[in-house]
Write a protein that binds this ligand. Structure first.
Ligand SMILES: Cc1cc2nc3c(=O)[nH]c(=O)nc-3n(C[C@H](O)[C@H](O)[C@H](O)COP(=O)(O)OP(=O)(O)OC[C@H]3O[C@@H](n4cnc5c(N)ncnc54)[C@H](O)[C@@H]3O)c2cc1C
Length: 387
């Protein structure tokens, strides 16, 4: 079994001063009140053009983001690769509304894919459909509402952008992960992803859709997808996550007085996550899995499932994935044992990465529980180094 307590391996890329800095950063975000205040204050200050960029950059940004552009990520990519941890460049842009912004994002995504061409250190790329399309349009498509003629054209442009990105990745032989987002726009995202999977996954998995197992309906959806892929004969790529929008989902359901799409309890989510992992591992003949999780138990269960089925540790159809700056004890120890590991490495200007950084800070507050684990591991390593 993999030793996830091996902190020397987990923090092998961190100097003593970087380790101390990470300690203070996690201590800072452990305070929910401070994170709440930071969320409001940072957005407000940046919108006013106040000089807080340096502060954001030297704290959360440095911990969770690779750089302002692709080239700035280079040294991090090399450093991770030295320890067999691969990465995917995540152009972290959200909440845009203008067509020119969507085109610009598409062009950057295409450049990112071309940058990854023939680089063993970068086996995947990723994108969010909300970086390429208006949220309200995705909502309308998801609800199956009739589009007017200008919206029809707009939707056609979205489909073209997605196809251009996937086609470029197919041409340079790089896999593409399509992130999952809010449930009320997910039907549109699923539709796009399913079309791309059918088009580009004939010979092998190039395109992966993401399934959030905190949704009550995703295990059934997964089973249908697996069945379809087997029946028609294309390869199914699935990234499994638990889901990042729980509070928002519950608030919306309560406001609209409808049943929440989210599981009632955490154990329900955990159960479906693990069942989903097993279902894919049992149907790998025409499929592939990226397990996007910081949950140690889920990683252990996937390791065990691979062992039980006699899969090689580095079977190219199974990947573990974590976010840059989080759960290095999982990533580096799995990679050391020979498993496939890929880290999401976000990049982008400080202002544009703010929504991503706020989500990371919120996820790492004491309330969310992940911080104490990160802090314990950092403290253990600091004491091992005598710091
Ligand atoms: C590589 C990677 C890619 C990701 N991509 C996406 C993506 O495309 N879309 C997306 O939405 N998220 C994505 N995430 C985030 C992910 O969905 C989770 O929010 C995050 O990873 C925490 O879940 P966990 O499996 O790491 O572990 P844990 O810390 O064990 O689980 C926390 C998660 O459990 C669920 N949960 C917590 N409390 C409850 C409760 N009371 N009832 C029901 N469920 C509960 C929530 O989903 C919560 O985020 C990604 C994460 C990683 C590591």
């Amino acid at each position: 079994m993999v030793n996830f307590e091996d902190t020397a391996t987990a923090f092998i890329t961190k100097s003593n001063s970087q380790l101390k800095k990470a300690y203070y950063m996690f201590k800072l975000v452990a305070n929910p009140g401070l994170v709440k205040f930071g969320k409001k204050a940072s957005a407000f200050s940046l919108s006013l053009g106040l000089p807080i960029k340096g502060l954001v950059k030297s704290t959360v940004y440095d911990q969770f983001v690779g750089g302002e552009n692709i080239l700035e990520c280079d040294s991090t990519i090399d450093q991770l690769n030295e320890h067999n941890v691969k990465c995917l460049l995540d152009y972290s842009i959200e909440g845009k509304v203008k067509e020119e912004d969507f085109e610009n994002t598409k062009n950057i995504l295409i450049k990112t894919i071309q940058y990854g061409k023939n680089k063993e250190a970068i086996p995947f790329t990723v994108f969010k459909v909300t970086g390429l399309a208006r949220f309200a349009l995705l909502e309308k498509v998801s609800a199956n509402k009739a589009l007017n003629s200008s919206e029809e054209k707009e939707w056609f442009r979205v489909q073209k952008r997605v196809e251009q990105i996937c086609q470029t990745a197919f041409n340079v032989d790089l896999a593409v992960l399509i992130d999952a987002e809010e449930s009320w726009i997910q039907n549109a995202i699923d539709g796009l992803a399913e079309n791309m999977i059918r088009k580009f996954n004939e010979e092998k998995v190039v395109i992966y859709n993401t399934l959030q197992m905190y949704r009550k309906d995703r295990l059934d959806y997964l089973k249908i997808q697996v069945e379809e892929a087997n029946k028609i004969g294309y390869h199914l790529g699935v990234k499994l996550v638990r889901g990042a929008y729980m509070e928002k989902e519950r608030e919306r359901a309560a406001k609209n007085n409808v049943d929440s799409p989210i599981q009632e309890t955490k154990p329900d989510t955990d159960q479906d996550y693990d069942a989903g992992v097993n279902h894919i591992v049992n149907h790998l003949r025409l499929g592939a899995l990226v397990a996007g999780t910081h949950n140690e138990e889920s990683c252990k269960k996937l390791v065990q499932a691979m062992l039980d089925r006699g899969l090689a540790k580095n079977d190219e159809r199974v990947w573990f994935s974590q976010l840059f700056g989080m759960s290095d004890n999982l990533s580096f120890n799995l990679a050391k044992e020979g498993y496939n590991v890929v880290k999401y490495l976000p990049f982008g200007p400080v202002k544009e990465t703010l929504p991503y950084l706020i989500r990371r800070a919120e996820e790492n507050t004491a309330a969310a529980g992940q911080t104490s684990r990160e802090l314990d591991l950092i403290k253990k390593e600091m004491s091992r180094r005598g710091l």
